[in-house]
Structure formats: structure tokens, C-alpha cells
Design a protein around this ligand. Structure first.
Ligand code: M6R
Length: 606
């Protein structure tokens, strides 16, 4: 993962700006960070292990002089988090500095050869890049741009890189292959970074770089070519509507809590997506002979819920396959009659992109749902639906999950209408119900947050949790369990409630917390039986149920109430207390939910 940034200014010093951009990229990795600038014919560099604030306190990152510079915040792949392994990395002459996000697959063989002539300092794969560039410049006397291009031609793997060179203090060279990188166009300044949010304080004009492209960036111009040097490219330029404030905490202690509270607004925006777009996507899915949904993590849970909605509302057959297993599960099955619905908030998840590329190479049509305009997934897709959550910074996905669900709900209703599965009256009623979900989420946040916090504090030190649901609520259970695991580091499992008697029930002993998701749908009666089964073995029952559900209330130790929600859309509203539960348990235990250990927001490695 890792976040990278490069800035070149005509007049002012860039280190405070790089520092600011890195803070915005910190969700991508936070085990070490560094900045390098060029000043008075040398590279000035500060880097260390730790989070950016800690490093800044120690080293004062803003004091680096120079009008051109690069920065990096790391999520370690090759080599432990340490000062030496922190980026930027330099060549032997200390004139070339590089930041990199991705993985150089052939680094061992490149390093073995380079080590005969170069002195390596770190254990990273990245360090081969400055040494390769150094060697090419030395041998051929070419400029940085040409040398970087030639170096990249020797490299296999994924990368977004930015390079600076003391002998050419007026140019940043950047390139990408399967790791994200965007260019920002400013006034007397230009920028590049791993994502748009990093550049929001400086510019809203964004040029997209494609895989296999390299750019030379001066403060007043940008030149883009393919890395193989065959084509000069005119990049597409977008005006971004996100504001810098959208990527700040706005008075909340954490991004995650802010983003949970932004859900009514995010839902409203998404439910207002132009009907023509929903119709286009719905028709494309309806026309497919074989439909696969693929995604990772939280997006996979949205995809699984989508499968239930397609079957229940639209009578449309689909299969949901987690992206990291997609290729193996569909060998010999993908062809021109296949449509892929790929879901990814970032649009940059390597597993999902890999699944998409595999399917595309086999002739499939690609439809994507993503929150990030111009993301790689959208560029690989035949059709993209953009959810309207605004930037999500907390590593735990919250608002992007419910907008994915809302989009899938809109699509499934549209398919139902196209196929005539439901009467128009029924579709209208369900749409009307769906339009109420922002209000329901708002009410739930207002009425239930303090109760959820109390429950969280009471159960914060339980070592295990079980989350159970039936039907579409299994996906809510899976998402609630993932939230708890990833930010509170508590072992938890999610299961279809009917399956618990086939194994997981053996875990239950007195006091074991089991969270049940019990909307009043066709599964309600059966789940009551499942509650009784674990209750009889001493489990503590925490239920998420519709308000005034007396049957569930009688059986529960704690009950969190949700206003009536049209049942196939229950994950949209029932997930909210589970997000809060994980948040308050994590904070009670003293963890930072925005930066959970070992994770990063955008997982760009396979
Ligand atoms: O950007 P994506 O939706 O493709 O990300 C997929 C997963 O990496 C992501 O949902 C991850 O599981 C989150 N940390 C969940 O909170």
C-alpha cells in the first residue's frame, strides 16, 4: 500500500505541503515516513520509523528547504519498519531520491547484479530503482526522464514511483503500473500523489495517469508518455468536487466516527444517482448470461448482500466470489457471455483488479461500483457506477459499505422492473422505503448510540464474539464481525445462524457474547430457535432488532432497536449499531480505529 507524493513549486518551499499531503495519505500505511527535497545542489532528507506526527515532532519535517520534493508513508512489505527501510531511498551518489508504492517482483535478481557495483543500505525492493537509474545515467549520460523510463523497462511488478535528481532540480519524474498515482495541476505548481484526497488542499484539477505511463512534471507543464516510449499521451483532466474539509475530522475524535455519522448524507447522495445510470447498469446485468460479483473485505460483504437482493427482488442469478479466489474458482468459466460486477470503494484493491483483469482478458464485460472517480477499476470497466460517499479516510470501511448496498438495492429494483418480476406498484413502494433509509440511519444514530456505547464498554474485554444472522442478515453479521476484528483486535466469527449448530455452537460457554441480527423478514421465526439454542448454553444475547420486537426482546440480554426498514434492505440500517459497537470497543481498549495495526486502507498487493 504506502502513500507517495511529489510536489514542485515555482516560488515556495515544498516540505510543509508534502507533510500535509502525507498526513492525508497516512491511512495507506503508517509504520514509517520520510521526505526528500533538493536544495543547493544536494538532496536533503528526513525519515524515520513511526507515524508522521511522531516523526515530525522529532525531526521537524517542515524545515527541509527546497522547491521540489517527494514524500512517502509506508506499509512495510520488504524489510521491517525501520529508519533505514523508510523511503525515500537514494542511489550511491546521493543525488537521486525515489519513493515507491508497490512490489518489484524481480528485485532479488536486479539487486544481486547491482550489488556488484552499488552499495545498498536497506532491505527494500525499492532501493534497486535509484541504483538502476544512477547506472543508466552514468553509462548513457541521458536525462532523468529517459533513465527512469529505461530503468522501469527492466522492472517487473507493481509500482507508482516519484523520482528527483539533484542535477535536474526542475523536474519530478513519476510513473505507474498497477499502483495508483494521480497528477494535480496547480498555479505555478504541480503535484502527484497516490490519491486525490492528498492533493485537495492544493488543487481540484486532476490528471489521471494510466498503467504503463510516465510523466515529467515541471511547475508549469506536464508531459506524459508510455513507459515503452511509443506514444505521447494527452491525459484526461477532471475537476474534482470533493472539498479539503471532507477529508478532515470535523470535530470528531476519529475519522471512523465522523464517517459513521456521515452515513445519512452519503446515502442520500447515492440514492439520488441519476436513474439513467442505474438503468444502464441494470440492463447490462440483466443482459448477462453469467453474472459474477467480485470484491474484497467489506465490499465483498456488500457484494454478497447484492446477490441476495438480485435473487429475491429481481429473480436474477448471480454468484459472488471473493476477489482473491476469483481466478481459481472460475477457471474455464469466463467467456464473452460473462459479466462481472466488481465492487471496490477505492477502485485500487489489487485482488479485485486482478480478478477484473483476468475476466476481461477472457472476454467478460466489466461493470464496477466504486467511490473514487478515475480509479483504476473504473478505467478497466465498460461501465462504472460511482457511489457518493465522499472521501473515506478511516481504514475501516463504513459509509462506503452502506452506499454500496444502496446502489445494489437501486440496481436490483430496476432489474426487477425491467424483468417484470415485481409489479410497478411494489417497486415504487420498495423504492419509497429505500428512500427512507437515510432518515432511519439518522434516527438510529441519535437514539441508540449511547446504548451501543454502554454495551461496548460492558463487553469490551470479552476475548471472543460470535455474530449470527440468516438470509441477507448473514452478510450484516459478517461485516459486523470484520469491523470488530480489524479495529478492536477481538477474535470474532460470523456464521449463518442455522449453521451454528453444525460446529460453532461448541464454542459457547456461559457469558459468551453472541450478536444476532434479526430483522422481521422470512428468517425471523427460525432465528428465534437459534437464539434459544445458544441461550440454553449460557450465551449473552445482544440483538439488533426492529423496534417493538417483543419476541426478540424477551430472549435478549441487550437489544438495539432499528426503525422499520424494507426487509431486503435491512443490512443498510442494521449494520450501523455494529459499526458503533466495534468503534466503542476499540476506543475503550485504547486502540486507534483509524489506523488499525497491520492494515492499510487500500490494499494494492496481491
Ligand atoms: O477499496 P476496496 O473496497 O476494494 O477495499 C476492500 C477491502 O480491502 C476493504 O473493504 C477492507 O476489508 C476494509 N478494511 C474493511 O473495513
Amino acid at each position: 500500500m504506502c502513500g507517495i507524493v511529489g510536489i514542485i513549486e515555482k516560488n515556495s518551499s515544498v516540505s510543509p505541503l508534502i507533510h500535509e499531503a502525507l498526513k492525508r495519505l497516512e491511512y495507506r500505511g503508517y509504520d514509517s515516513a520520510g521526505i526528500a527535497t533538493i536544495h543547493q545542489n544536494s538532496i536533503c532528507i528526513k525519515k524515520d520509523k513511526g507515524k508522521i506526527d511522531e516523526i515530525h515532532q522529532k525531526l521537524d519535517l517542515d524545515s527541509l528547504p527546497g522547491r521540489i520534493g517527494i514524500g512517502h508513508t509506508r506499509w512495510a512489505t520488504h524489510g521491517l519498519p525501520s529508519k533505514i527501510n523508510a523511503h525515500p531511498h537514494l542511489d550511491c551518489t546521493k543525488k537521486i531520491a525515489v519513493v515507491h508504492n508497490g512490489i518489484i517482483e524481480n528485485f532479488l535478481e536486479l539487486r544481486e547484479d547491482l550489488e556488484r557495483r552499488h552499495r545498498f543500505e536497506s532491505e527494500t525492493d525499492t532501493e534497486v530503482i535509484p541504483h538502476l537509474i544512477e547506472e543508466i545515467i552514468l553509462k548513457t549520460r541521458c536525462d532523468l526522464y529517459t533513465a527512469t523510463r529505461k530503468a522501469l523497462q527492466k522492472i517487473r511488478g507493481t509500482y507508482a514511483i516519484v523520482v528527483i535528481y539533484v542535477e535536474e532540480p526542475n523536474v519530478l519524474v513519476c510513473a505507474r503500473n498497477e499502483s495508483p498515482l494521480v497528477i494535480g495541476i496547480g498555479k505555478n505548481a504541480n503535484y502527484c500523489a497516490s490519491d486525490i484526497t492528498a492533493l485537495l488542499p492544493f488543487t481540484k484539477k486532476i490528471a489521471l495517469l494510466n498503467d504503463g505511463e510516465i510523466a515529467a512534471i515541471n511547475y508549469d507543464k506536464i508531459h506524459v508518455e508510455t513507459i515503452n516510449g511509443e506514444v505521447v499521451v494527452k491525459p484526461e483532466i477532471y475537476d474534482i468536487s470533493w472539498s479539503p474539509e471532507m477529508a478532515q475530522k470535523g470535530g470528531y475524535p476519529h475519522f471512523m466516527l465522523k464517517e459513521i455519522h456521515e452515513q445519512p448524507h452519503a446515502l442520500t447522495g447515492t440514492l439520488l444517482i441519476r436513474p439513467e445510470i442505474i438503468d444502464q447498469v441494470a440492463r447490462a446485468l440483466n443482459d448477462s448470461k453469467k453474472l459474477y460479483i467480485t470484491a474484497a473485505g467489506t465490499s465483498n460483504h456488500a457484494g454478497l448482500a447484492g446477490k441476495y437482493m438480485f435473487s429475491k427482488l429481481s429473480a436474477l442469478q448471480s454468484q459472488a466470489i471473493i476477489s482473491s479466489e476469483f481466478q481459481e474458482s472460475t477457471t474455464n468459466l469466463i467467456d464473452q457471455d460473462t459479466t462481472i460486477l466488481a465492487i471496490s470503494q477505492s477502485g485500487e484493491t489489487a485482488d479485485t483488479l486482478n480478478a477484473v483483469r483476468f475476466a476481461k482478458n477472457n472476454g467478460a464485460k466489466i461493470i464496477s461500483v466504486t467511490n473514487v472517480m478515475g480509479s483504476t477499476i473504473s478505467r478497466l470497466s465498460d461501465l462504472t457506477l460511482y457511489t457518493q460517499a465522499g472521501p473515506e479516510i478511516g481504514v475501516a470501511a463504513t459509509k462506503t459499505f452502506i452506499v454500496q448496498l444502496a446502489s445494489l438495492a437501486l440496481i436490483s429494483l430496476q432489474i426487477a422492473e425491467i424483468r417484470g418480476v415485481l409489479e410497478s406498484r411494489e417497486v415504487d413502494q420498495l423504492r419509497e422505503g429505500l428512500m427512507q433509509t437515510p432518515k432511519i440511519v439518522e434516527k438510529t444514530l441519535k437514539k441508540e448510540e449511547s446504548l451501543v456505547r454502554d454495551i461496548a464498554y460492558e463487553y469490551a474485554y470479552k476475548p471472543n464474539f460470535l455474530f449470527l444472522g440468516r438470509g441477507i442478515s448473514t452478510t450484516t453479521a459478517m461485516e459486523g464481525s470484520l469491523k470488530l476484528k480489524e479495529i478492536a483486535y477481538i477474535h470474532s466469527e460470523a456464521y449463518p445462524a442455522g449453521e451454528s449448530k453444525h460446529g460453532p455452537i461448541a464454542l459457547i460457554e456461559p457469558g459468551f457474547p453472541v450478536v444476532f441480527i434479526t430483522p422481521p423478514d422470512e428468517t425471523h421465526e427460525k432465528i428465534i430457535g437459534n437464539i434459544m439454542e445458544v441461550k440454553a448454553r449460557g450465551a449473552k444475547i445482544i440483538s439488533i432488532a426492529e423496534q417493538n420486537d417483543h419476541d426478540i426482546k424477551k430472549l435478549s440480554d441487550k437489544i438495539i432497536s432499528i426503525p422499520p426498514t424494507p426487509t431486503p434492505f435491512s443490512p443498510i440500517t442494521y449494520i450501523v449499531p455494529l459499526q458503533l459497537l466495534a468503534y466503542y470497543i476499540a476506543t475503550k481498549r485504547g486502540f486507534d480505529p483509524d489506523k488499525p495495526r497491520n492494515l492499510a486502507k487500500s490494499v494494492t498487493v496481491l
